[in-house]
Design a protein around this ligand. Structure first.
Ligand SMILES: [Zn+2]
Ligand SMILES: [Zn+2]
Length: 359
């Protein structure tokens, strides 16, 4: 808490709720927490974690600079969900296919420790490919609220950002291996997989909604969520950027509650979780597209409850007690509990249904 308050700017102090303003910030004693200039410095000045991020090639390009401003009146292009599935499904299913072939061809099983490393690296490859894709699309289509530059990876928190990412991609497979992995079971997927993903995402989002909204509305919980809201215009690398308490909730508690509500096989869990991860990172990418969540978007659109990228982007622009759009996979619970916010750019008359991206 003290780190957060110490780095607040004057403007933010003015809008800080009284109960959070007890420790007086020391203006000017430290750089603003979200200042991101390290990538502009000589590479010899980068620390280990900054080099790690550069090597993964996951920073926005050109780093920290918004793409050219869009012409006035440019509509928001629609990103068809079936094209997203075409991109996600083969990449997500490939490790299961390799695992399946290994068991069939050799007659051997995969020890849980070997499975952990195999799925950890597969998770990492998928996550990196997703972030690069979002950055690529941002270069072509720009960002929501495009007059304001996107936040980069903060100078003072590069290590934290990298570790949060690594924690997400290591703890989630580890947890699933504990609860759902059976080394004698051949990886297989059900024809009902799309519905399983839909149900899993709705259940996960229910738990996430309650916990997320509580963090906004219960003063003593907000301190655990405030760090995630330091970014008003996030990028995908900041998806897991949060206080430790929130990190463990996001990474472990919510997926565990979801799995206990809907116990599924390891293979099904794997597919659901990669779709969830993709959706979480996409929600923080800010890319100016009418980009529905692939987990639930098309079905919930029938009921006007689909979540799109702009919704979580707007959530970040609004902080404590003023926020809305708490769901990250659906708008189902926001609609039921009355916390949706009207879209600014993705209004029906401002969507370009013709000029749509592929990848
Ligand atoms: Zn929030
Ligand atoms: Zn967020």
């Amino acid at each position: 808490m003290s780190t957060i308050t110490e780095t607040m700017t004057k403007t933010e102090q003015a809008s800080t709720p009284k109960s959070l303003d007890q420790k007086k910030p020391q203006i000017g004693s430290k750089p603003h927490m979200m200042t991101a200039t390290w990538h502009l410095k000589d590479p010899s000045e980068w620390d280990f974690w900054q080099r790690f991020l550069i090597r993964l090639n996951v920073l926005q390009q050109p780093a920290g600079c918004p793409p050219a401003p869009l012409k006035e009146g440019t509509k928001v292009p629609y990103y068809p969900v079936w094209r997203q599935h075409l991109w996600i499904a083969p990449r997500a299913a490939l490790p299961l296919l390799i695992h399946h072939a290994y068991m069939r061809l050799t007659g051997w099983t995969l020890h849980p420790v070997a499975a952990f490393f195999f799925y950890f690296f597969s998770f990492k490859i998928f996550a990196v490919a997703s972030v690069r894709k979002f950055n690529r699309l941002a270069l072509r289509y720009g960002y929501f609220d495009g007059k304001v530059p996107r936040d980069g990876v903060p100078d003072v928190m590069s290590r934290k950002v990298a570790l949060s990412m690594l924690l997400t991609i290591s703890i989630r497979p580890l947890f699933a291996l504990f609860v759902a992995y059976d080394r004698y079971e051949l990886p297989t997927l059900s024809p009902w997989l799309p519905l399983q993903i839909f149900a899993y995402a709705c259940i996960l989002d229910f738990y996430f909604y309650i916990y997320h909204r509580a963090m906004h509305e219960v003063p003593w919980l907000w301190k655990h969520h405030a760090l995630h809201h330091r970014t008003k215009h996030p990028n995908p690398l900041l998806s897991a950027f949060a206080d430790s308490e929130q990190e463990w909730g996001d990474i472990l508690v919510i997926p565990l509650l979801t799995w206990l509500t809907m116990p599924i096989s390891f293979s099904t869990w794997w597919m659901c979780t990669l779709y969830i991860l993709y959706t979480e990172a996409m929600g923080h990418s800010g890319v100016r597209l009418y980009w529905q969540t692939p987990t639930t978007g098309p079905i919930l659109r029938l009921f006007d409850m689909d979540l799109c990228l702009e919704d979580h982007d707007q959530h970040h622009r609004n902080g404590w007690r003023k926020s809305s759009n708490y769901g990250k996979q659906t708008r189902l619970w926001d609609t039921i509990f009355g916390s949706t916010r009207s879209r600014i750019e993705c209004t029906e008359d401002n969507i370009d249904w013709v000029n749509t991206p592929w990848w």
